[in-house]
Ligand binder design. Structure first.
Ligand code: TA6
Length: 299
């Protein structure tokens, strides 16, 4: 695998800004650098594992995370595609779609004007037809500057339209969940996944003092994570999305998951996911491309 890293760095590396190395988690990762920021992205699942801004890690990643073929990674930014959550027709199929457990290919890199960019791609294959009988080319573009920008592009390369749900399932690191709030969803309704999908209206900023698993619907384009524990704010902007998921497993689900690394791991993380989920289903015509975009800026 070291030879593969060397080949990728020779072909796509950008001196001082981007190279490919073997991760201690067991796979090949791209390391992006720009000023005082760094990002680490695994070819496995096109999974952003780390985003360090001014020396501070902004994402939460399980201490027991591994890059194992066919296995999902707990933490970072999982790419959920072409369905969010359980498969719409068969709960026995993998949760959160097909591509977060697969190897992606390096399509392009760039480093200029204060931004370092990596584009990874994957294409649906014959063996996917049992799960999702459509043909698509999917690309994840990660651009690191003083902010972190992600674009998940889906091109319909088949002859019939298809519908999809998806998410950039971001696990933000926080100092203390008890001192953490989310602003920007005050005017939205949400689907409460913990109460049989009941629909409720959000009142005020979101505080977390129990397990929360909600799909917010409507204008979710300008959110802000207030991390009181670390005195940080993260602005979360989205384009191509009419839904956002807020999730914290709290104590009991953390124990059930078993891969969070410690019983109180839930106190240092909060998922705020840029999505097309719930009622927010996307239809892509033959030849068309849909883009789901998220941009994170530390305030
Ligand atoms: O986005 C929230 C959610 O759908 C939760 O219901 C929980 O299942 C979480 O995703 C993690 O899912 P995973 O399949 O990665 O364990």
């Amino acid at each position: 695998m070291q030879a593969e890293c060397n080949k990728l760095t020779a072909a796509f590396g950008r001196p001082g800004a981007l190279d490919f190395v073997l991760s201690p988690l067991g796979g090949i990762v791209a390391r992006l650098r720009q000023g005082a920021s760094e990002a680490t992205i695994a070819l496995h699942g096109a999974h952003v594992l780390s985003w360090v801004h001014d020396g501070r890690e902004m994402l939460w990643l399980s201490p027991v995370a591994r890059l194992d073929e066919g296995k999902a990674v707990r933490g970072g930014i999982p790419v959920c595609w072409p369905w969010f959550g359980p498969h719409p027709g068969d709960a026995a199929k993998p949760a959160h779609g097909l591509v977060r457990t697969r190897g992606w290919h390096v399509a392009e890199t760039a480093a200029a004007a204060g931004r370092t960019m990596l584009r990874l791609s994957i294409q649906t294959a014959e063996q996917d037809a049992q799960h999702w009988p459509h043909r698509a080319m999917v690309e994840l573009t990660v651009a690191l500057g003083d902010d972190l920008a992600l674009t998940l592009a889906t091109q319909n390369i088949g002859s019939a339209p298809f519908r999809l749900t998806e998410a950039l399932h971001t696990y933000f690191r926080v100092g203390d969940i008890a001192q953490t709030t989310v602003e920007g969803l005050e005017r939205c309704s949400y689907i409460d996944k913990l109460d049989g999908g009941a629909r409720r209206d959000q009142a005020g900023a979101i505080g977390i003092d129990r397990e929360v698993d909600r799909i917010y619907l409507g204008d979710t384009s300008a959110l802000c994570l207030i991390d009181g524990g670390r005195g940080a704010r993260v602005e979360i902007e989205s384009v191509g999305s009419r839904s956002a998921v807020v999730w914290n497993p709290w104590e009991q689900k953390t124990a059930r998951l078993g891969d969070m690394g410690s019983p109180d791991a839930y106190r240092q993380m909060l998922c705020i996911e840029t999505a097309n989920a719930g009622d927010d289903v996307v239809e892509v015509a033959p030849g068309a491309t849909h883009r789901l975009q998220a941009r994170f800026r530390v305030g």
